[in-house]
Ligand binder design. Structure first.
Ligand code: UD1
Length: 345
């Protein structure tokens, strides 16, 4: 494996993964329509790695554009990040989500099959487990989704599994991320959602910056350690390394494989906020608010399969995550060349 096509490579997880791949000696060819990201990220990646991403501005739904890109490079593997990611927006605009997220995957599969590109890594999510029936969540847990965004992740997993059945030579890794947070240790790229953030860490960062008045903690009456929701936060650099490990696995022609990418540790909202305040020595005003519709009480991964089969294990701690998120936010606040919008998770 040498030439990796990364869809959505300018996004939050895509850009961190591109760095990891370049540092691992791969060539990175990116296709992105920059609908939620910026081209400036490629200059930052070049500064950090001394290497270039070859990038194309194109929509992954555009089969003809994909054909041209693939013909210009001898692609060995595709990592598919591109897609819409906002849960609330997906409820308001379901057709837009199904059209974009599903069509792009179909286009990609078609072009892969035409060109004998037999390796695909898909950026899936722990959202496909629905409400946990048991914890920690292993890959055998039942699957369900409660909103169009989650349905897209689930449908795409089914589509890729079916593609593997029809074309057994096709190797596919479905990577189910838990809650990605943090930023590159250079703090020159990180997460910068457009508009009001939905996710907790960007909201904490913007509140600490004074961009938001206060953080609402959605519910303190869950059956958890302190009543607030518990999640498995994972540093984006660990996640990026998980993709590099998955590519190595695909090189062994394993068929269709599924891995949780999480730390195996649960952290409550209050624990995360307090760690952020203490470690960064900054105030984050917060107040308890009603539960958010659709939220689950707790969710964390059993990451044993990824450890055994990929030799991958998360290294970064919650302290690393709050530090890197905050340092990247501070650079963003001072209008340094920090980019990167959110990525589909
Ligand atoms: C959410 C999505 C999930 C998606 C993931 C992407 C929902 C229901 N789920 O997961 O499908 O894969 O983002 O990272 O939207 N919280 C607050 N105040 C806030 C924001 C969040 O208290 O302002 C709490 C939530 O109630 C939850 C925790 O923080 O307990 C994490 O929330 P969030 O970052 O939105 O992630 P998830 O809900 O786990």
């Amino acid at each position: 494996m040498k030439n990796i096509l990364v869809t959505g490579g300018a996004g939050y997880i895509g850009s961190h993964t591109s760095i990891e791949l370049l540092e691992g000696g791969y060539n990175v060819i990116c296709v992105d329509n920059f609908s939620n990201s910026s081209k400036d990220i490629f200059d930052v990646i070049h500064d950090l790695t001394g290497k270039h991403v070859t990038w194309y501005e194109a929509d992954v739904c555009d089969v003809e554009a994909l054909r041209k890109i693939v013909k210009a490079h001898d692609i060995d593997c595709v990592i598919h990040f591109a897609g819409y990611k906002a849960v609330g927006e997906s409820v308001e605009k379901p057709l837009m989500y199904y059209q974009n997220n599903i069509d792009s995957t179909l286009a990609l599969c078609e072009v892969c099959l035409e060109n004998s590109i037999n390796n695909i890594v898909f950026s899936s999510s722990a959202t496909v487990y629905g409400a946990p029936q048991y914890l920690p969540l292993d890959e055998h847990h039942s699957l369900s989704a409660t909103n169009p965004y989650g349905n897209c992740k689930l449908f795409i997993e089914h589509i890729l599994k079916d593609v593997h059945v029809a074309h057994p030579e096709m190797n596919i890794a479905l990577l189910r991320y838990f809650n990605p947070v943090g930023a590159h240790p250079s703090h020159r790229l990180g997460e910068s959602p457009k508009g009001i953030p939905n996710n907790l860490m960007p909201y904490i960062c913007q509140t600490a910056s004074g961009l938001r008045e206060q953080l609402s903690i959605f519910g303190d009456d869950y059956d958890t350690v302190d009543g607030t929701g518990v999640r498995d936060y994972i540093h984006v650099v660990d996640l990026a390394k998980g993709h590099a490990a998955a590519i190595k696995k695909l090189a062994t022609a394993p068929g269709c494989v599924v891995y949780n990418l999480g730390t195996g540790n649960g952290t409550s909202v209050l624990e995360l906020v307090r760690t952020f305040i203490t470690e960064n020595n900054v105030d984050v005003p917060f107040a308890i608010a009603p539960r958010r519709a659709g939220d689950i009480a707790e969710c964390w991964a059993d990451p044993a399969s990824a450890k055994e089969e990929l030799g991958w294990e998360a290294q970064y701690t919650i302290v690393d995550m709050v530090r890197d998120s905050w340092e990247a936010q501070k650079r963003m606040n001072t209008n340094e060349k920090v980019t990167v919008a959110s990525e589909a998770v």
